[in-house]
Design a protein around this ligand. Sequence first.
Ligand code: SIN
Length: 513
Amino acid sequence: MRSVCLPPTRRLLRCLLPGAPAAMNRSFSLDVSAPLLRTQALVDGCWVSAAAAFPVLDPATGEEIARVTDCGPAEAKQAVEAAHRAFGSWKQTTAKERSQLLRKWFDLLTQHTEDLAKLITFESGKPLREARGEVSYGASFLEWFSEEARRVYGDIVPSPARDRKILLLKQPVGVASIITPWNFPNAMITRKVGAALAAGCTVVVKPAEDTPLSALALAELAQQAGFPAGVVNVVPCSRERTPSVGAVLCTDPLVDKISFTGSTATGKLLLKMAADTVKRASMELGGHAPFIVFDSADLDKAVGGAMASKFRNSGQTCVCSNRFLVQRGVYDRFMEKMGVAMEAELRLGHGADPDTTQGPLINARAAEKVATQVADAVSRGASVLRGGKRVGVSFMEPTLLAGVTTEMLCMKEETFGPLLPVLRFDTEEEALAIANASSVGLAGYFYSQDLSQVWRVAEALQVGLVGVNEGLLSTPEAAFGGVKQSGLGCEGSKYGIREYLEVKYMCLGGLRP
Ligand code: SIN
């Protein structure tokens, strides 16, 4: 591994969207201030290069926007060892010291919102307005955990013996491997790393192969904030090297904890690897969110909620509504209003275009998956009321499907794209049975003005997060985590830091009564 601590150069890139209509074909530039455009790994406080590099592509155009160092198992191991060494002194810092560093990191993210947002847009495709929102969301976890760092209390428990005291101490778990997805290249890192650092853990981050630039920019700002060497390490790698790097991060005996956001299938593989050394694990995995509209719903609010929860990040979030269930009495009016809202509010294009609300999907495979679900639904009798077509390589038109049934693919698997399939139902029992007929349970949403129904349905839905007359739930103050095969543990809230702490029972004996 070569150690090169030179600042990278400024990049100016121009991009066109191949195969897209002329109106979408404009040129855009990625112009980010030099220190934030990092392309090396951060290991033990130094920017280092592996022997090879891999390309980072703009998903809208397929063009290369940067080449990033391609870490392998050797670099991952060095990062783990650095984190292990740093843990020795980091765990001795006071909660207030950790809080202050997290607060500085938060301030730096806020100061650099525009550059961080551009990186998110160019490497993940997310429209700039949403990317700015993600930076603010990401920063909010650093702010929240800078505050929570100082509220990690132990317990003194009434003892059954007169000569003993019982104390429950909270201690940091140790080195945490943080494996993050491309759909929130900034916020999924801060949500995990903020909690880990606040608790006194050190981290090795492996960002998604599609979006390493956002992770490295965060690492640069962590350096500027003053975190000691080895406390935050980032090892980017290509898709080809992901399995071998992932294996180090999930099996090395010096790693105490893994935290992953991504698909349920990958989460299961990581859990199996981590089992051999009994690592602690937090898993934020796939969802298949139902969105139920009952006859008593305020339809305008339901349509607004559906737009927000379905089309955020072009449908590419784990909590995006995936299955729409609408009661017979309001079905026709809901479909009409939904079509009008989609027509008025959604515009496809490059994320850097200020008019764009729907960027590309992460790659051609993702667009193909949505198109396959549409074709399957149509072949089984659904009708396309809006959209339905692929555009260029990685774009998909926002699509509204009517006449959907539970046999269709879109009702059986997570779409991760801008497809809004609607099934008509008659009774609350029927809607709940369909909503709960899934092996995963992350988010669920419903609209009703009937108070008894609100309470019944909120309790009965088998999900970790439930939006009642709300389509957007995410905030650092609340707990984010799924039930069933949607994951283990939760992030954010006062519980998020708990994932990085052990409880130690200390028995203070031999006391004179
Ligand atoms: C995710 O899609 O994994 C996260 C979404 C959120 O935090 O709202």
